[in-house]
Write a protein that binds this ligand. Structure first.
Ligand code: B12
Length: 209
């Protein structure tokens, strides 16, 4: 089989091609890290670049991410078994009082696509939830807010981390439609990104990977 089909399948959002391609490649002896690092992740990076060039929009990004998940489903158990280390661990959640999760899920997919292991705290994630996950050990937290009324929960969460003496144990990335770089600076977050593909780039930058 032509492995390029897997790469193209992600870009065109064809989950069936990606899922079947990955299974066939595994049967033919291609290793899970090769499929992940040489095909799935580069394809998702290409999707991110096209999004940044305004050649792709949110729907294309969503179907590409779903297609990638179709391949990841077969690779994940094997990667865990073979002990391939993720490049970092990130806990992501939509902040307290906020139920919007489409953007958060897109960011999750791009982070996973970039090689991070994700802990999803879901929506309406209270500051205590973020504090607990940092206490348990995580490299970064990523907070999403879509409402101007819930943005302040990002600051409350950072304050709670400071209070718990955990602020310097974790990198903090924030985003969501009403969030800005100025707001990130104001509340003492480490990074802000305006969209899912730059979120993955920023997370790598913050963690030096
Ligand atoms: C879909 C939607 C809903 C759905 C949510 C479904 C779901 N499962 O998410 C439902 C119907 C539930 C909903 C409810 C409400 N909504 Co609403 N909703 C929207 C809508 C139309 C789209 C949001 C969306 O998904 N966009 C697409 C995604 C891909 O974009 P995104 O979320 O911005 O994410 C991108 C970036 O921001 C960034 N990003 C996002 N998160 C993160 C995190 C990190 C760490 C990083 C780095 C980057 C990042 O990357 C993403 C991908 O590129 C917006 C309008 C709009 N055009 O934005 C209103 C909007 C956000 N909603 C609004 C409102 C007011 C409400 C309600 C209060 C309405 C009501 N009166 O009940 C409730 C609040 C419910 C609650 N408590 O949360 C307002 C907010 C106004 C404001 N400034 O506060 C908006 C702007 C509509 C409007 N113009 O009035 N909503």
């Amino acid at each position: 089989m032509d492995l390029k089909e897997i790469y193209e399948g992600v870009i065109s959002g064809n989950q069936k091609v990606v899922s079947e391609g990955v299974q066939a490649a595994l049967k033919a002896g291609v290793t899970p890290p090769t499929l992940l690092f040489d095909y799935l992740i580069p394809a998702m990076s290409e999707v991110g670049e096209r999004f940044e060039r305004n050649e792709f929009y949110v729907p294309e990004m969503l179907i590409a991410a779903r297609a990638m998940q179709g391949g990841m489903a077969h690779l994940k158990p094997l990667l865990v078994e073979s002990g391939v280390e993720p490049i970092g661990r990130v806990a992501i959640g939509t902040v307290k009082g906020d139920l919007h999760d489409i953007g958060k899920n897109l960011v999750s997919m791009m982070l996973e696509g970039a090689g991070f292991e994700l802990v999803d705290l879901g929506v309406d994630a209270a500051p205590e939830k973020f504090v607990q996950v940092v206490r348990d050990g995580i490299d970064a937290i990523a907070m999403s807010a879509l409402l101007t009324t819930t943005m302040p929960s990002m600051k409350t969460t950072i304050d709670a981390l400071v209070e718990a003496g955990l602020r310097d144990k974790v990198k903090i990335l924030i985003g969501g439609a009403p969030v800005t770089q100025a707001y990130a600076d104001q509340i003492g977050a480490d990074g802000y990104a305006p969209d899912a593909s730059s979120a993955a780039r920023m997370a790598k930058e913050l963690l030096g990977v």
